[in-house]
Write a protein that binds this ligand. Structure first.
Ligand code: NAP
Length: 408
């Protein structure tokens, strides 16, 4: 029986998970591919560290040694940083290998080049693990929604932020206490900036945009806001309205261009994101034939991420040519209606004489208001202390027991 030879770059949480899964699921690979899958080499940084791998696996810190192997079919990348990763993957494609990556920062920056290079070299690229860990969202968009026209994608794409928001609400903790808890549990790095300031979710949103809409928005135009402005007072005020804060990335096509935002929003009980708690991720895909699909599951971790990568291994081995069909038909969301239509917002820091319609002062200094986004953006431009959060879906005004709105 012929063999597919694989190299794994990195033997940390993800790389080791991939290695162990290839060993434990050998039978399934053979049944699906009709070939054995063998790990020929593993790239690591520190050669002194003890690793539990078979003796016939080349364990090296020199990528050139891997490229020189007599047979190499797939390179699975699970290291960190944009470089030397991008260089390694370009060389792997040049050598005629399919590549699979989990590295979202690198892929958000260089995915386009890698996909183009792969096409020229007639190999495939798997990048399921770059977005939402174990949830098969890329393959769903790429393989299972080929005819549907996507209008909107929304996602809770960063487990650390979702964990912090959940802890703050459930345990009535401050942001700082919940962040510390996330670090103690190993969910947040010592420097959590990428997670809590929304960069990680931003990179994932850009990757999703490319697969769903065939292009990305101009990165400078994307509203990116992390969760550091969310206070215990805001969480309590939201709870009074039976709403929960979620950090959501959204991507759509409006007025002929792709528009994206990554920011905290409020969701009610009827929204599937309301029940997505802790480190879980979820993605809503809105499309014209099927309507809304919600995919939910583990956004990180050894085996969920390995699951995404080994399913990609099957995908790249079965692809007959390079990357295909990534430009999809999409549906426009009307630009004029968005931004100008009145919506409900939870707002902190409004002063008197703001001229906005206040439905209720939910807590001291925190109001539920009705306004268009355009007017609120204008007001916030004049009063920089204001923070405001949109509400996805309906607000049940009955729970407020208010008879009339007032202008403040
Ligand atoms: N952890 C998750 O749940 C998760 C989920 C989705 C995506 N990802 C992405 O997957 C990638 C790997 O994450 P991880 O959590 O597995 O990281 P990790 O545990 O820190 O492991 C990184 C591995 O890469 C090796 N490495 C790092 N730089 C290298 C270099 N320049 N040359 C050779 N080897 C190098 C390290 O070698 P040594 O062992 O010798 O130090 C280590 O084995 C990252 O891009 C991450 O964003 C992770």
């Amino acid at each position: 029986m012929s063999v597919i030879k694989v190299a794994i770059l990195g033997f940390g949480t993800v790389g080791e998970g991939v290695y162990r899964t290839i060993q434990s699921h050998a039978e399934e690979f053979t049944a699906v591919l009709g070939k054995k899958v063998e790990v020929a080499a593993i790239l690591i940084k520190n050669k002194q560290k003890k690793r539990e791998v078979r003796e016939d696996v080349l364990l090296t810190s020199d990528f050139e040694e891997i490229l020189e192997l007599p047979q190499l079919d797939v390179v699975i990348e699970a290291i960190v940083d944009k470089e030397p990763t991008f260089t390694y993957l370009k060389k792997a494609i040049g050598r005629g290998c399919h590549i699979i990556t989990a590295n979202k920062e690198m892929f958000a920056h260089y995915g386009k080049e890698l996909l183009e290079l792969a096409k020229v070299n007639n190999v495939s690229v798997g990048y399921e693990a770059t977005v939402a860990g174990g949830i098969p969202v890329i393959q769903t968009l790429r393989q299972l929604l080929k005819i549907n026209r996507v209008s909107l994608i929304q996602g809770i794409l960063n487990g650390t932020s979702n964990f912090i928001l959940t802890e703050m609400r459930e345990k009535k903790q401050s942001f700082a206490e919940s962040l510390q808890q996330a670090q103690e549990n190993g969910y947040a790095e010592a420097d959590p900036t990428n997670d809590i300031e929304g960069f990680d979710a931003f990179y994932k949103a850009m990757i999703l945009s490319r697969i769903a809409f065939g292009e990305e928005p101009d990165w400078q135009d994307v509203e990116r806001q992390g969760i550091t402005s969310i206070t215990s007072e805001l969480i309590t005020a939201a709870e009074k309205l039976e709403l929960r804060f979620k950090h959501v990335a959204s991507i759509s096509r409006e007025g002929g261009r792709v528009v994206a935002a990554v920011k905290p929003v409020l969701v009610g009980n009827e929204n599937p994101f309301y029940h997505v708690e802790g480190v879980e991720n979820a993605v809503n895909v809105h499309s014209d034939i099927v309507g809304r699909i919600t995919l939910q599951g583990p956004g990180a971790g050894m085996f969920p991420t390995a699951s995404a990568m080994i399913e990609d291994l099957v995908y790249v081995c079965q692809s007959r040519s390079g990357e295909r069909n990534i430009v999809k038909n999409t549906v426009e969301i009307s630009e004029t209606s968005k931004g100008e239509q009145k919506e409900y917002w939870l707002v902190q820091g409004l002063s008197n004489n703001s001229g906005v319609t206040c439905i209720d002062e939910v807590s001291t200094g925190i109001n539920l208001i009705e306004s268009s986004k355009k007017d609120l953006d204008l007001l916030a431009g004049q009063h920089p202390g204001i923070c405001y959060f949109s509400i996805l879906g309906e607000v049940d005004l009955a729970i407020l027991n208010k008879e009339a709105a007032t202008v403040i």
